[in-house]
Design a protein around this ligand. Sequence first.
Ligand code: NAD
Length: 481
Amino acid sequence: MTRRTPISVAYGDGIGPEIMKATLNIIQAAGANIEIETVEIGEKAYLRGVETGIEPSAWDSLRRTKVFLKAPITTPQGGGYKSLNVTTRKALGLYANVRPCISYHPFVRTRHPAMDVVIIRENEEDLYAGIEHRQTDQVYQCLKLITRPGSEKVIRYAFEYARANNRKKVTCFVKDNIMKLTDGLFHKIFDEIAKEYPDIVNETWIVDIGAAKLADTPENFDVIVMPNLYGDVLSDVAAQISGSVGLAGSANIGEQYAMFEAIHGSAPRRAGQNLANPSGLLLAAVMMLVHIGQSDVAARVHNAWLKTIEDGVHTYDIFKEGVSQQKVGTAEFAEAVIQRLGEVPKALKPVSYETPTPMSLWQKDEHHKKSEKRLVGVDVFLDWDLGSPNDLGDELSRITVGPLQLRVITNRGIKVWPNGLPETFCTDHWRCRFTGNEGEVVRALEVVELLRRVTEAGFDNIKTENLYLFDGKPGFSAVHG
Ligand code: NAD
């Protein structure tokens, strides 16, 4: 027998221990060649004062095994507790969240019988970098960070996933008609990488109409890749409309680590009653088995599970009179799946996992030529409420340093000086753009001197953003209005 693959397992809180026990019973009965290291996370750790909810010993285990099967946990009420999911994703570099959303019509009710979509969500950056600031009395800001390596990793993973799972199309959702630089980069990288996969169809939708189409005709989509926020929202929508939010599992994939879990929470009200459906965690465990190269066991488990669903053996959450045959508890459901190991479904489509999905194919491009970067100006943000845009424009126009001169003032991105409209609503947050003449290079110390003079003139400078050209192209958005 080959060496058993060590995995870290957390039983979690609420219904967690019951569904984990059921899941492990099934995969071990199917022949999973694993060595389990149990780790403690969640409510007890939080209440012992571990603010991330993960005991240090759990990190040691995760570092050793690099594979984490995790039951849901309960985040205690009240402030001060950090999200365990966000902490693990970031600490372990789990850049891709993979969530298959599949309907099991006619055995589980759904309006979309042919739905079979996999959402692949970027998991580490975008608005989730957690960089927020209050800047004035009225205005708060959250930084949206989209990076080239972060986008390359998740988009390449989406195409590799499609290829390994015999899927035909990868769709990208972005909002690059508005966020031309950030979402624009994601779209551009999608187009670049898509060219390397001519066997897979690719398409891009603006996220709003894309989301509407996903909700209306999900059968037209196959794999969808998107930045973090859109993915967070739409993966829940997709799981819900497939009719099976309690049945969905997800994988969080990194370059070295991977974490597998159900998408639902710890359902504390159902805990300890042998009621909960273990299917979400079980399907996550199936993804884990594929990931650790035990594809044959994964397929055995998945097919036995499909057969169980098809035979109408259902837990309370999906039980429906007339469709279901037998209402069972968690342990009995697991037993029913174990009895069907070796069988394949007849009405639902059987699965096979021929190629293990590669962990990560992203490599740093050593030959990447850095762009030539030139400083051409600065956006100075002010907290100011002492007059009209023209008053502010008049005062700031008097301050010049070298080539730097005030060119435009915006409020919430709308131009208000020069020649603004009197109707434009203004807050106390002003962006004042200073540049030289078209493309003229500015010295960093000239920017520093400008800020000194602006401050000396009595203005409250809350932040600045330098304006650069990269290979001659603006690395900043143009002004509206
Ligand atoms: P929840 O998903 O735990 O429960 C929502 C509803 O779905 C409940 O009414 C429950 O009856 C039902 N349900 C969920 N899973 C089920 C299953 N396997 N079988 C049968 N029914 C099931 O969401 P919630 O009530 O908002 O959150 C409860 C706790 O879970 C909170 O402390 C929350 O922070 C936590 N949570 C954890 C995770 C995680 O660990 N990944 C994710 C979401 C929520």
